[in-house]
Design a protein around this ligand. Structure first.
Ligand code: PEP
Ligand code: MN
Length: 256
């Protein structure tokens, strides 16, 4: 299945890159990052405005101001945007967002799934870190059967007994999902590993597992990022990563 929007095509051989900071912080940050991300074909700018954080004392995102910043960058640079929606009551604010992201923590927020099912906007559904593939597909079905056919699945790592990495990237799950569903499947190696140096090897492995795209955290100044700096690529690292990613996508296509 292929999902088409004005600027983006996903699935059926179209590889998507969703990249940007964990959190939207300010206009200069977003403009710098978006200017680089936009140089790549089929790229979408990511950035969290409403952030689901484990601790209530951590930065919760800029909220509506963050959404407006994303909108401003979308307009000025002509780049599509994806951002997470955490509550049904926020949906009216997401009217010109190109992709609605449902985060891992909300994969089984069934009322939210039913609400995005009624939207026309494509939905990126992230796998819950303690959810099986079967539960993941059932959550996707809430959106599909509720009337929105444009669902992209995202494997972002699951919680296992291994603490060395933030999560364990389930690449077999990616291949499994590709065999079980017509939906595009993308991989987020940033949240899957929690370690910037592991992002590229896992990104390239995801391509070989059949992923239709990647979601990668990129920051202009990772050391001072408000959230997830340790897993974010800086701008030169992202550029180098994209070179390897594009070569690997071409190689993977040459196999079939
Ligand atoms: C994110 O992508 O911003 C995020 C919070 O990821 P996840 O829901 O996978 O933890
Ligand atoms: Mn993050």
């Amino acid at each position: 299945m292929q999902i088409n929007t004005k600027f983006t095509q996903i699935g059926a051989g179209h590889f998507v890159i969703m990249a940007g900071p964990c959190s939207v912080e300010n206009l200069e940050q977003m403009t710098q990052i978006a200017t680089l991300v936009k140089q790549f074909p089929n790229a979408v700018l990511r950035g969290g405005a409403f952030k689901p954080r484990t601790s209530p004392h951590d930065f919760q995102g800029l909220g509506l101001d963050g959404l407006n910043l994303l909108r401003e960058v979308k307009k000025s640079l002509n780049i599509p945007i994806i951002t997470e929606v955490v509550g049904v009551e926020h949906l009216p604010f997401y009217n010109d967002v190109d992709f609605l992201q449902i985060g891992a923590r909300n994969m089984q927020n069934f009322e939210l799934l039913k609400a995005v099912a009624k939207c026309k906007t494509p939905v990126l559904l992230k796998r819950g870190f303690a959810n099986t593939l079967d539960e993941f597909l059932k959550s996707a079905d809430y959106i599909l059967s509720g009337g929105n056919p444009n669902v992209i699945l995202c494997e972002r790592g699951i919680r296992t007994f291994e603490p060395a990495t933030r999560n364990t990237l389930d690449l077999a799950g990616v291949a499994y999902l590709k065999s079980k569903t017509h939906l595009p499947v993308i991989v987020d190696p940033s949240h899957a590993t929690g370690i910037a140096s592991l992002v590229v090897p896992m990104a390239l492995s995801a391509i070989m597992a059949g992923a239709d795209g990647l979601m990668i955290e990129v920051h202009n100044d990772p050391k001072n990022a408000i959230s997830d700096g340790e897993q974010s690529l800086n701008l030169p690292q992202f550029e180098q990563a994209m070179d390897k990613i594009q070569k690997t996508v071409a190689f993977y296509k040459s196999l079939s």
